[in-house]
Design a protein around this ligand. Structure first.
Ligand code: ATP
Ligand code: MG
Length: 565
């Protein structure tokens, strides 16, 4: 783990004593004062992409609060922009939230509130607090002024309530083209907050909406939809990211003037992850341009990508919990996410043996057909059970576990040297067999019958233990190993286009690995530790006649070692 991961902002993990975060403090105060009896939060994704690890922070926070304090959390699709939203995204978002382990109370869509929002707009017009503006968007921008100079209203702000009502209805009835007119809230053209300078709250957009179809050709802007949706749902604590701080004033103004349920907005800092990008626009670019195979490519920082890669919901929740929430934006090293995966997988993964680069071993003094050995599934889990593995006189070990001329302190196999085969016997290398080109093709070894694991009376001590497979029943598998998708810590913040930093070697495919036969029974979501290799899961495109495994993460942080070199 790099130094900044150990910084004070990293909080202890689930179950451990932990101080309250600032939103928990606010909630405890609100409950104690009787301001609210029930806490209601919402997670409000815009269905214009797949969820990523940053969203996981927001999900764990919103759902975590109501799990802790009672009440409930809604899943609300913020689908007020008709152009970008698709049903595919809605489905993936639901799947991802559920997979993370959370259940929402109501599944809602901001578009369900279009009728109510339209009524709210009329309410504002009637109060003289909204008007139809015919100006072009450049004119509106120009009239707004700048943060250091005041803005000024145009003649449209003088329209009567009756005229505004009539024009707004005509807008709704499709009498105008896109951009011809907008509805603006009449707030304060001198406000130091630019968003308060008569913000646009409705615009014309002749576009088909994924849920409301062609019913509407006017759509509310974010500021006229979000707070009102919160209010309609009686959301008590509406949590969003820091870029919405300036929107809070508009949020409060609208709720106050519409005289609706007083939801409150609270902001926390976005969480960024190193060595990747998180904006949906960039993720979509990676997908569309074929840099990855899809939103759920195992190298993507999306929830679906992490799932396919073998991450567990527990490890992602643990990650969100450890980084906690803060007011200051920061980038969390992906090493912490990998650390959380290892922490959980060490307890959850079944141990299996897979040889990636096979070297044949013949046990010359082993008589008979072979035998069945017992092997524990997980030494970290007393209830993990056992499996059977078979042993015979023909095995494979990893090529890199043999050296013809080993250096000192080499505890693996070498001529005349002994090692233990995991769950089985101690063997000694007697002879190296080479082909005509001088390549090592086979090792002839002898075993010590009295050294069997669990019943070892040989008295022989060896320092090395190797994984292996039985040549007589092993199965060929494909192994996909992933590296970071980007070679730099902050591809979006680095000079030039973020795509320049794509790591060309982020996927390494090995089609000739040999696995113990128990892996034939693997199903999606099974987690394995391939001994001495790392954590793996079954790839979704795997088939009975072509087993494929994805590497989730290595056993150790190889990058931490790299950086110390
Ligand atoms: P993008 O800017 O990539 O399109 P977004 O923030 O617009 O993402 P939304 O679907 O609007 O995505 O986000 C849903 C919720 O998740 C919001 O409340 C948002 O603030 C939160 N969220 C999004 N990204 C992060 C992040 N990196 N860290 C924490 N919360 C996030
Ligand atoms: Mg958004």
């Amino acid at each position: 783990m790099s130094e900044d991961l150990k910084s004070k902002e990293i909080q202890p993990t689930e179950g451990q004593e932990k101080s309250l975060n600032f939103i928990e403090e606010i909630i405890e105060t609100d409950l104690a004062s009787g301001k609210y009896k029930t806490i209601i939060t919402r997670f409000p994704p815009e269905p214009n992409g797949y969820l990523h690890i940053g969203h996981a922070s927001s999900i764990c926070l919103n759902f975590g609060l109501t799990l802790k304090y009672g009440g409930y959390t809604n899943l609300r699709f913020d689908d007020t922009n008709p152009i970008t939203e698709e049903t595919e995204y809605v489905e993936s978002i639901k799947e991802d939230v559920r997979w993370l382990g959370f259940e929402w109370k109501h599944e809602l869509y901001a578009s369900d509130y279009f009728d109510t929002l339209y009524e709210y707009a009329i309410r504002l017009i009637n109060k003289g607090l909204a008007y139809i503006d015919d100006s072009a968007s450049e004119e509106i921008a120009e009239q707004k002024g700048t943060p250091t100079s005041v803005g000024h209203r145009n003649q449209f702000a003088e329209r009567s309530v009756e005229e505004n009502l009539r024009l707004f209805e005509a807008m709704k009835d499709g009498k105008y083209k896109d951009g011809e007119k907008v509805l603006r809230a009449k707030i304060d053209m001198n406000s130091p907050n630019m968003l308060m300078r008569d913000p646009i709250i409705y615009r014309i957009k002749h576009a088909h909406h994924h849920r409301t179809g062609d019913k509407w050709c006017i759509y509310p802007m974010y500021d006229f939809a979000h707070g009102q949706s919160d209010s309609i749902e009686n959301i008590t604590h509406s949590i969003c990211t820091m870029e919405f701080v300036p929107h809070r004033e508009v949020y409060d103004w609208l709720i106050h003037n519409l005289e609706i349920f007083p939801s409150h907005q609270y902001e926390f800092a976005r969480r960024n992850l190193s060595h990747t990008v998180m904006s949906k626009r960039r993720l979509l670019q990676l997908v569309n341009e074929g840099h990855v195979t899809g939103w759920d490519d195992p190298r993507m920082p999306t929830i679906s990508g992490l799932r396919r890669r073998g991450y567990t919901p527990e490890s992602i929740r643990d990650f969100a919990n450890r980084i906690g929430i803060a007011k200051r934006e920061n980038t969390v090293d992906v090493g912490l996410l990998e650390f959380c995966a290892r922490e959980h997988l060490n307890k959850a993964a079944l141990r299996r043996m897979v040889v990636f680069d096979p070297l044949k071993v013949v046990i010359t003094n082993y008589a008979g057909e072979g035998e069945t050995l017992r092997a524990e599934n997980n030494p970290e889990n007393p209830n993990g059970g056992e499996r059977e593995i078979s042993f015979s006189n023909e095995l494979y070990i990893e090529h890199e576990d043999f050296m013809e001329e080993p250096p000192k302190k080499y505890f693996r196999l070498a001529p005349g040297q002994m090692v233990r085969l995991k769950y089985a016997y101690i063997i000694k290398c007697d002879e190296v067999v080479k082909d005509n080109a001088g390549n090592i093709v086979q090792l002839n070894c002898s075993h010590f019958p009295e050294s069997r694991s669990g019943a070892d009376t040989s008295g022989i001590k060896v320092k090395g233990t190797l994984h292996w497979v039985n040549a007589k029943d092993c199965v060929k598998v494909q192994v996909n190993e992933y590296d970071r998708l980007f070679g730099v810590e902050d591809p979006s913040g680095s000079e030039g286009d973020f795509r320049n930093y794509i790591n060309p070697d982020s996927l390494q495919v090995d089609e000739n690995a040999l696995a113990e036969p128990a892996l034939k029974d693997a199903v999606i979501n099974d987690r394995f530790q391939f001994l001495r290799k790392g954590y793996f899961t079954l790839e979704k495109d795997s088939a009975a006649d072509k087993l494929i495994f994805n590497k989730t993460v290595g056993l150790k942080d190889s990058w931490a070692k790299e950086s110390k070199k």
